[in-house]
Design a protein around this ligand. Structure first.
Ligand code: PLP
Length: 512
């Protein structure tokens, strides 16, 4: 091959490229169409069943197997029509006011338009120099959010710590675990990696086990400490202490505790103060995963759930779950950013060298995470905080908590049901009790599994999910969609009651 053959000119017959790649007029025109489509979707949200009535392959069968070789003549119009006709009807509508499953993927005008701005401006703020305003806005906005959530100053830039905006809690947990690992290995010697042990409860999100694998922690060295209904599925400091002591006695090295405020299944709250006291005796890094419940900390009345948080090493929450910041926006704060940078920082490549920033108190965020390419998430969060204000966010959280309390009351008023776990935030975990005394827990679980199926099968009914903690199967009603109003909660409960009545009647008929 000669040097000349490396540069391939397009064949002479290739048509000219589309000229509207970044054309302002085209953008204005299409932008209005897209915004209208989204606005219409929001207006019609209540008309869609939360989950589509489709079977696997429904969309793949409709679409061509190859991308069009040439731009389609009416690409925009036909694609927008396909979104209306094929895509939207085939979606689970996370923004539906009747979506009560999982945790919310909260959405707002500021969050959605923030995403549009991020895409339109499209910078890559990996270093300060790569986009100075983006780097500095991120530093400002994580301190704003940290203060709004009443986090201790030691986690903020203002107090010697600092924060960053990542995509997900999975990333936050992995990055902090790697920072803790390297800090510990620097102290005890790099050959000891096989002796490191990490701790969590049996309710901790699976992302922690995944992170431990990626970080090179031996599979048998993840201690999942059992919890029970008696403790409302919270991690017990005494059990943690015993587990750590047993490891130390066996010559192993306790490294990291992932505590959770608002577990995925039942929103259990691990007692941070007691856990930190245990961890401190072994020099263990404590991370708090508050992916869902962190948003509630904007309200002073919820701050008791993080009692003792001054002692943690790092803290993360998803502003895209319940704080109106649209996917994705996970805020991570660390007390000692140097530990993150020591583990994840790279010697600056020549092209990233930045004489202007050297010696200044600014951040190269590529050194705080795994990726080089990053999104300008700060812009969106800044917009959300400015447009709604801390008081507005409090109102948003409180309205969901109030609606969840209403749902809880409705459950308690019906003697056929029980609320299984304490409601801390806006999730109610409940179940139908069996009228049949035979069959035990297994039978009650089966009854509730069937109930959930029936509830979710109701056209225009609610969509809920399930938890199974301590062998107890329960239905989860997570209030958190931006569009949910009290009437949706009351209607959802009516569907649950109706389906329960019908299920119990069917069972009685079978028995007779
Ligand atoms: N931690 C908790 C407590 C969660 O509930 C979730 C997801 O629901 C996660 C972590 C994972 O979050 P992400 O999808 O942002 O990684």
């Amino acid at each position: 091959m000669t040097a000349g053959t490396l540069v391939q000119n397009p064949p002479a017959e290739t048509p000219p490229p589309c000229m509207n790649l970044l054309d302002a007029d085209e953008f204005r025109l299409r932008g209005h169409q897209v915004i209208n489509l989204i606005a219409d979707y929001w207006c019609r949200m209540g008309d869609y069943p939360v989950r589509p009535n489709v079977t696997p392959g429904f969309l793949r069968d409709e679409l061509p197997t190859n991308a069009p070789p040439m731009a389609e003549p009416d690409a925009w119009d036909s694609a927008l029509q396909d979104i209306r006709d094929l895509i939207l009807p085939g979606m689970t509508h996370w923004q539906s006011p009747r979506h009560f499953a999982h945790f919310p993927a909260s959405s707002s005008t500021a969050g959605a338009l923030g995403e549009a701005l991020i895409a339109g401006i499209n910078v890559v703020p990996f270093t300060w120099a790569a986009s100075p305003a983006a780097a500095e806005l991120e530093m400002v906005v994580v301190d704003w959010l940290g203060k709004a959530l009443h986090l201790p100053e030691s986690l903020l830039f203002a107090g010697g710590g600092g924060g960053t905006l990542l995509g997900t809690s999975c990333e936050a947990i992995l990055c902090t675990l790697v920072a803790a690992r390297d800090r510990k290995l620097a102290e005890v010697g790099w050959r000891s990696i096989g002796d490191l042990v990490v701790y969590c409860s049996d309710q901790t999100h699976f992302s922690f086990r995944k992170a431990a694998r990626i970080a090179g922690i031996q599979r048998g060295h993840v201690r999942e400490i059992p919890t029970s209904l008696h403790d409302m599925f919270a991690l017990s400091p005494a059990a943690l202490k015993a587990a750590m002591q047993a490891d130390v006695d066996a010559g192993l090295i306790p490294l990291f505790l992932c505590a959770t405020v608002g577990t995925t299944q039942t929103t259990a709250v691990d007692p941070i103060r007691g856990l930190c006291a245990v961890a401190a005796t072994h020099g263990v890094w404590v991370h708090v995963d508050a992916a869902y419940a962190g948003s509630a900390l904007v309200c002073p009345e919820f701050c008791h759930v993080v009692d003792g948080v001054e002692a943690v090493d790092s803290f993360s929450m998803n502003a895209h779950k319940w704080l109106l910041a649209n996917n994705d926006c996970c805020a991570l704060w660390v007390k000692k950013p140097a530990a993150l940078v020591a583990a994840l920082g790279t010697e600056q490549e020549y092209i990233l060298k930045d004489a202007g920033a050297e010696g200044h108190d600014v951040v190269d965020y590529k050194d705080w995470t795994m990726t080089l390419t990053r999104r300008f998430r700060a812009l969106k969060l800044w917009l959300v905080l400015r447009c709604y204000g801390v008081e507005g966010l409090r109102g948003h959280i409180r309205s969901h908590v109030r609606m969840a309390a209403t749902f809880e009351e409705l459950v308690r008023d019906d003697a056929r049901f029980e609320v299984v776990t304490d409601r801390h935030f806006a999730l109610v975990c409940f179940r139908l009790l069996s009228t049949d005394r035979l069959g035990g827990e297994k039978k009650v679980n089966e009854l509730n599994r069937r109930l959930l199926e029936e509830v979710n099968a109701a056209t225009l009914g609610p969509y809920m999910s399930a938890a199974n903690a301590g062998g107890i199967y329960m239905l989860r009603c997570a209030v958190g969609s931006t569009l949910t109003e009290e009437r949706h909660v009351r209607e959802a409960w009516k569907v649950v009651q109706e389906q329960a009545t019908s299920l119990l009647r069917k069972m009685q008929t079978v028995r007779v």
